[in-house]
Design a protein around this ligand. Structure first.
Ligand code: OGA
Ligand code: NI
Length: 365
């Protein structure tokens, strides 16, 4: 479980964009080697065709209306325990805002490469555009990403968010604000469903750390050879995902198989992250997921990550613990938790396992 080092690159800092790689050889029918996934014999099968179960739905309107909120909260709770992911319908974010956002994001990725590269990840950092190549033999995901911390405001890197084209920034600002409200409502209900004190949830998440990852997955000549994003769970409280151009590709791991996350075009996908699994002392399931790409269509997504504030300490909620229910995870300050996460390679649920308290008979971590 060591930090991935591989064959160290000379001290150079190489930031790669697939767009750049593809431009070198635009008609190639083969994927450049550094994107080819090694064969993983332990990888579970993927369900195909009509075999897969429908992704559960949670209705925001029902969650906040007096007559239906108890039953909908119950559904939210069981879904987050069993699936760790749901599609959120009737979320209340206007379609005009979403259309504007989609348009701005598409425009951003259409900018000339050198414009986007102005946002590239700087040495020693994790925020920005592109993929940092840490070692010569590293296998890279088939996606060009921009990752940024957006809250607290003073943590915004001056050369990232504030430098975005102004209409993109304004639209993003409106979207972040809407989704922050939505996330808080969901987190409050998620806490309430487990009888976690509202005060405890609010103290942690009010004005918490918020970050965003926008990903452009180009069409790929050999999609079965690559991965859009490597299997992982999110190191967050909750994540809210929006598929910008309606192209699907997200899959989740459930009961040992990969299931495609097909969802209603007007819905968001919400998933439980590691922090919420820790906070719920293992009751909620931080779902492992990945993205597959396809040969013909590009896919664009925007994921917003909602986290406790940097000053908070994360650990199982005190109200859930008693002598029969000991804590399953360690306590750690959010600042350190985030720092340690970024020092590791994205790899399944290994970071959550690293947080698990080792007991006899449970030494897998
Ligand atoms: C992520 C993620 C999924 C997607 O950014 O953590 O899982 O559909 N994205 O792009
Ligand atoms: Ni994710």
């Amino acid at each position: 479980m060591a930090v991935y080092v591989g064959k160290a690159m000379a001290s150079s800092h190489l930031v790669l964009s697939i767009e750049e790689e593809l431009a070198k050889n635009p008609h190639s029918k083969v994927v450049p080697e550094r994107f080819v996934r090694p064969v993983d014999h332990q990888d579970p099968p993927a369900l195909l065709g009509a075999l897969f179960p429908a992704i559960p739905t949670v209705d925001m309107k029902k969650l906040v209306s007096v007559e239906t909120k108890d039953s909908e909260t119950d559904k939210l709770k069981t879904t987050c325990m069993e699936w760790g992911l749901f599609q959120l319908v009737n979320h209340g974010v206007s379609s005009s805002l979403l259309e504007k956002l989609n348009q701005e994001i598409e425009e951003f990725f259409k900018l000339p490469l050198e414009e986007k590269m102005k946002f590239k990840v700087r040495p020693g950092d994790v925020e920005g555009y592109g993929t940092v190549v840490r070692s010569a033999d590293q296998r890279l995901d088939w996606g060009d990403r921009v990752y940024m911390i957006t809250n607290p405001i003073h943590r915004r890197k001056p050369y990232l968010f504030p430098q975005l084209p102004s209409s993109f920034r304004e639209t993003m600002e409106a979207y972040l604000k809407e989704l922050q409200k939505l996330a808080m409502t969901l987190l409050e209900h998620l806490g309430k469903a487990l009888m976690i004190e509202m005060r405890e949830m609010k103290e942690m998440f009010d004005d918490g750390m918020q970050s965003v990852r926008i990903t452009y997955y180009p069409p790929c000549p050999q999609p079965e050879q690559v991965m859009g994003i490597t299997p992982h769970s999110d190191a967050t409280g909750i994540t809210i995902l929006h598929q910008v151009n309606g192209v699907e590709g997200l899959q989740l791991k459930k009961d040992g198989v990969w299931i495609p996350v097909n969802f209603h075009p007007d819905a968001f996908v919400v998933n439980v992250g590691d922090v919420l699994e820790i906070l719920s002392n293992g009751l909620y399931n931080s779902v492992e997921h990945r993205v597959n790409v396809n040969t013909t269509k590009e896919r664009i997504s925007i994921a917003l990550f909602f986290n406790p504030k940097f000053e908070a300490e994360i650990g199982p909620a005190t109200t859930l613990l008693n002598p029969n229910k000991p804590p399953l995870f360690r306590r750690v300050g959010m600042e350190k938790y985030v720092k340690d996460f970024f020092s590791r390679r994205l790899n399944g649920k290994t970071y959550l396992e690293h947080m698990r308290i080792k007991t006899e008979g449970n030494s897998s971590a």
